[in-house]
Design a protein around this ligand. Sequence first.
Ligand code: FAD
Length: 459
Amino acid sequence: MAQRLIVIGGDAAGMSAASQARRRRGRDDLEIVVFERGHFTSYSACGIPYWISGLVPGPEHLIARTPEVFRTKFDIDVRMRHEVTAIDLERREVTARDLDNGDEVSERFDELMYATGATPTKPPWAQTDIAGVFGMQTLDDGAALRDWLDAEPQPRRAVVVGGGYIGVEMAEAMIQRGLSVTLVEQAAQPMSTVDEDMAELVAEAMRGLGITIRSGLPVTGLDQRDGRVSAVVTAEGPIPTDVVVLGLGVRPNVGLAEAAGLPLGPTGAIRVDRRMRVPGFPGVWAAGDCVETLHRVSGMPVYIPLGTHANKQGRVAGVNIGGGYATFTGVIGTAVTKVCELEVGRTGLRERDASAAGFDFVSVIAESTNRAGYYPGARPMTVKLIAERPSGRLLGAQIVGWSEAAKRIDTLAVALWNGMTVDDMTALDLGYAPPYAPVWDPVLIAARKAVDALAALDR
Ligand SMILES: Cc1cc2nc3c(=O)[nH]c(=O)nc-3n(C[C@H](O)[C@H](O)[C@H](O)COP(=O)(O)OP(=O)(O)OC[C@H]3O[C@@H](n4cnc5c(N)ncnc54)[C@H](O)[C@@H]3O)c2cc1C
């Protein structure tokens, strides 16, 4: 009899695992059943801001593979609008509810892939029926916001609450749609994924685009008129608005796992080993936004919910379920985003992470340009490096600048992944031609500056 794999969650991690397992094991050997409570499989949540702004014409462009493709081409039994409500690890069975007709089904499994993603953070004031308030996690959320923005009376003012990368991308989307936008952030600055000095450059650019930033300001409530949101309430008074977008971060969606007795780590996400197995539970796998992973620089478990990790981890689980061998060996915190034309990249530890992890370090900031200064379109680029003292090992890097800034972080991510010192980096053979870089690439200038800073301290 064929074994059976049950997958909970039909997006990045779940469907990567299912399709990898199918590539290695045919239907006679492994039945695969996927339960997905939403309306879509394998979609790019990452593309939602660009659909909201109008850059991407429709949600269909964000869907990599439909349920029908999985059914017909991969022989995977995809059950849409089915929410798994319980896992019985002893009986090796899951229970799921059909959200359209309320029916319940139970299915046995030999292998279980847990890929339920994350849940958006919603403080009590945001748990409301007031119309015009949107979380931004799924394509359904994106569709609801698009409908609101397109309907009459058309919103003219938007408030984005939360200045993480999703909040910043949504603020950009709203500005591009012609709304007047205020971003409210409880912390001292938006974009706390980079150090404050670098975040200030982002804030400055956002203000330059016409986005009003209200930082250090917690939101305490919402006002409404006739059931529609009319203002965001803060300690400094109400901020009138016609639409509110929440970007307050996410936490791992682990309710079912916890109830079934699966182990959570210190971050509150599911613990897994390098092969994406849940330790102590043979045949149980987990991946994506519901798991924690190892930070390769600090050596600590971290929760960094990103699509790039979800896809890789899902693939690793699927290869292993399929009888192959693959590992996911941790992350270094590389991430990129943009706000209109300003690009932001980061990798490794910020100053506060390096301090928390007990490193002695120096940090330097190098100002340069993305192209040769005389070449048309040359614009500023700021590179920050954090290097261990006295070894000079790179611990972290951040870049803020105009075109060609964000993906330069990949050079630094590779250096960091391979344990390079800033001294080694000064000799890197990076490409140079005036349209792409100054003769000394901004990365090399920053590395030289870090070497000088280390030398000055050790003199
Ligand atoms: C607006 C936005 C922009 C983003 N931009 C980027 C980016 O630029 N780069 C990047 O790397 N990442 C980005 N991300 C993050 C990325 O989308 C996620 O990390 C990725 O989708 C995680 O994949 P996942 O499969 O673990 O979880 P999800 O994509 O959340 O999928 C989990 C699935 O499980 C389903 N599910 C949950 N519980 C159940 C249940 N009990 N029964 C059945 N089904 C269930 C859900 O409906 C969902 O479809 C962005 C996210 C958002 C929201």
